[in-house]
Design a protein around this ligand. Sequence first.
Ligand code: URA
Ligand code: ZN
Length: 380
Amino acid sequence: MASLGSRLVDIHTHVYLPRYAALLRSRTTVPRILTATRDGKPDDKLIILDHDTGRPVGPQYWDRDEKLKFMDRHGIDLSVVSSANPWLDFLPAPEAESMAAQLNEDLEQYCADSPSLTPSLKRLYGFGMLPLVPGISTTALLAAIEQISKLSYLKGIIMGTRGVGKGLDDEALDPVWAALERTGLVVFLHPHYSIEGQWGEKDNGHVLPLALGFPFETTIATTRLILAGVLDRFPALRLLLAHSGGVLPQLSSRLASCIEHDPVVASRLKHDARYYLGKLYFDAVAYGPEELGFVSDVVSRAKHYEHNTSVPANATFERGLGSGRMLFGTDHPFFPPLKGTDKWPSVVENLRAIDAVYGWSSSDKGGVRGGNALSLFDLV
Ligand code: URA
Ligand code: ZN
């Protein structure tokens, strides 16, 4: 049996639990699953995005055995599974509240019934869900956090970018951040809406909203959260960003400079903007070694900005240090192979990228492949 240090752990992998899939099937407006057959076989389509013509959807989206088969095929030992977008965003508050409670119990059972990896570890853990919709009460949100923190296989929550309707810089969320910080649940921040696109008139399929819109949405939501001082007020919050934090690492010095030139904002924050990037966690779903290396550089320099607005001349950077906050993910069951290959190119690409980062030691790579996740989710 591989030692825990060499485990492959997938922290970005989704499910539409059967109860949620049934809800999507019952709907006549987006988001929905359109049930159809072709040549006598199921030909269902998942429609979740604007102007979406639908994508094929089947058991790989809800069946636990399919998840385990996928994991076995790619050598993944353990997965921390999250419900996929758009979560409960489209439901009225009372329905979102009861659906969240039921889906959290369902996900706990999904994990509890999974095979054991070791005598003390299962192969599946999960991120629960909060009923984050307009009109929901703080009491209901805190009750959901309490529920999740008591479920032994749920180690965090997945959250979109809208909060309760006004985004993640809404002070109404402060009690939620406080409870998440206190319970130590990891917050997986994931996009769904993309951004108001400059997408043009050409038919580019889902490429522009998925490749650019999703990461920009995460970038904007996280930046607003930083600018609102959330990471100053809740410094122990454990925030994990989807798709390697989008373009936040690339734009963080520009962000810092814009803040510097805007005294009202600058006086609100305790640190230079670049410092906060060292407080975040990033999935390693970036598909290229250069991008991963760059994110780890930005994370490793962050400490120099705790008290400064410029890096001291004698500062040293160790690329590997930043890798400690990066974690392998697949985005399964999205991005399936178009040809009948055994392994999914999207997964193989992300694994190769980790392996090829210039300046990461084998122990850094092992951390990103799984060791960092086992520590972050308290599984060691
Ligand atoms: N990945 C996701 O997580 N959701 C989508 O809708 C598409 C890709
Ligand atoms: Zn995803």
